[in-house]
Design a protein around this ligand. Structure first.
Ligand SMILES: [Ca+2]
Ligand SMILES: [Ca+2]
Ligand SMILES: [Ca+2]
Ligand SMILES: [Ca+2]
Length: 321
């Protein structure tokens, strides 16, 4: 499960730097904080429930469930189960679950793109966006010329590099289809070089183009953010071991481009497959490799979550007295 989270970490890094479009990043950062705090509290399991909920429901939909009572949650989850069980045989197979997770991901990417694309609607020509319009609307007019704002300049440079990669037909304009991968470069094979570049730039503090172990650790954990005696939490020690034993494959003390690529985009890794396996493993009480509706509802907190107590029901009962 480790690899899994590292992909997430790196996407968080990538997304967090894409400050041009602020809304989703705050959410992502929240997840990162949660994830780190879970690990720090000795859960020993990098897989975090918020992540499962988002994979299963979609980022926007997962939030809807947070305010539901367990009863309401289960009712809604039951309806989702019926959709996932495509052939209606009363069992959700790994394949059905994988298809669902892929569908949820595609739906999220598409909605997110639509939400951002409409910010540019007054500037589109023949449904195409040019970089100048993107820059003006995203960063404000004249943002690049403000002398003191080196960070904005850097962000614009990065955006431009990402833009050019996403511009598949090289007309320097982005169609909505090209804009999808500008916004979500992690979803496209041909955007992966940019994802690697951005990840390195975010972590490489001394600018030598490589990541040493201290840069790597510093990206995950900052001493001053920690309460207590400032000693490293145990999960950081594990990360050090990981760096030395697995990430730095040629043992030269650094992660270079290829090593970073292996880290954030492992070749044989399939997100939806791994998530489907994980969910089945956690919920399959009868151990037949498939999930009945009862098994899913029993583990509703794994799939959707809800408030910890059945608040609405408790109130209802109270009224009876
Ligand atoms: Ca089925
Ligand atoms: Ca184009
Ligand atoms: Ca470095
Ligand atoms: Ca190396």
């Amino acid at each position: 499960m480790k690899t899994y989270c590292h992909i997430i970490f790196s996407f968080l890094i990538v997304s967090a730097t894409f400050s041009a479009i602020p809304k989703p990043h705050r959410e992502l950062n929240k997840i990162l904080e949660k994830k780190l705090s879970d690990i720090d509290h000795g859960a020993g399991e990098l897989h975090n429930s918020e992540f499962d909920h988002e994979a299963f429901l979609g980022r926007n939909e997962a939030k809807d469930f947070e305010n539901l009572s367990p009863t309401e949650s289960k009712e809604k989850l039951g309806k989702i189960y019926d959709k996932i069980d495509k052939d209606g045989d009363g069992f959700v197979t790994e394949r059905e679950l994988r298809t669902w997770i892929q569908y949820v991901q595609t739906r999220y990417t598409s909605t997110d793109t639509d939400n951002h694309w409409k910010d540019f609607k007054n500037d589109l020509q023949d449904n195409l966006l040019n970089f100048e319009s993107y820059k003006r609307i995203t960063y404000g007019p004249g943002s690049e010329t403000e002398e003191d704002d080196e960070s904005v300049k850097n962000l614009i440079k990065r955006d431009e590099r990402r833009w050019n990669k996403a511009d598949l037909n090289n007309d320097s304009l982005l169609s909505r289809e090209e804009f999808v991968y500008f916004l979500h470069p992690e979803d496209a094979e041909y955007m992966r070089d940019v994802v690697v570049d951005e990840t390195i730039e975010d972590i490489d503090r001394n600018g030598d183009g490589k990541i040493d172990i201290e840069e790597f650790i510093r990206d995950l954990w900052r001493e001053e953010d920690e309460e207590g005696d400032g000693s490293e939490p145990s999960w950081i020690k594990e990360e050090r071991d990981q760096f030395i034993n697995y990430r730095d494959k040629n043992k030269d003390g650094f992660m270079d481009r290829d090593e970073v690529k292996d880290w954030i985009i492992p070749e044989d890794y399939d997100h939806s497959d791994s998530e489907a396996k994980h969910l089945i493993q956690e919920a399959d009480i009868s151990k037949d490799g498939k999930l009945t509706k009862d098994e899913v509802l029993e583990k509703y907190d794994l799939f959707v979550g809800s408030q910890a107590t059945d608040f609405g029901e408790a109130l209802g009962r109270h009224d009876e007295f």
